[in-house]
Design a protein around this ligand. Structure first.
Ligand code: ADP
Ligand code: MG
Length: 137
């Protein structure tokens, strides 16, 4: 079993898709070990996405991620990092496979409904950005 960080991004929360996305998470065999609603400040969004600092989309991304609340979750499953990225689909919803969350709920490459860690190493760093040990069951 391993852990990954999932985020239901502001676009999906704002359009009322949170419940459907959580249903999907559970039906794919994940256990939710921690979850909270957070409205990131611009600085907090910049800290979370600091690997992308300097890229053309950084300003758009961090403005979007701090525009409204999102739901952050620690997800547990066998092969959690890889499996959650499969369930999310490709970064650009237009390229994401039918049945993926980004295909269903994303509206553009920027506003793509969900986030997932890209490696076990980054999952540890990203989980620690939002949760302390006592908050993870
Ligand atoms: P992923 O979220 O699939 O791991 P990246 O780590 O490459 O993708 O990018 C982080 C986030 O930045 C994406 O989920 C998306 O919201 C945003 N993003 C990536 N590329 C672009 C782009 N070309 N234009 C606007 N936003 C982008
Ligand atoms: Mg990424």
């Amino acid at each position: 079993m391993n852990l990954t960080l999932g985020i239901i991004k502001p676009d999906a929360v704002s359009k009322g898709a949170t419940g459907k996305i959580i249903d999907r998470i559970l039906s794919e065999g994940f256990k939710i070990r921690a979850m909270k609603l957070v409205h990131l400040t611009k600085k907090q969004a910049e800290g979370f996405y600091k690997v992308h600092a300097g890229k053309g989309f950084f300003e758009e991304l961090t403005t979007f991620m701090s525009s409204a609340p999102c739901v952050v979750m620690v997800l547990e499953r066998e092969d959690a990092v890889k499996k959650w990225r499969e369930v999310m689909g490709a970064t650009n919803p237009a390229d994401a496979e039918e049945g993926t969350l980004r295909r269903e709920f994303g509206s553009s490459i920027g506003e793509n409904a969900v986030h997932g860690s890209d490696s076990e190493e980054n999952a540890k760093i990203e989980i620690a950005y939002f949760f302390n040990q006592l908050e993870i069951l």
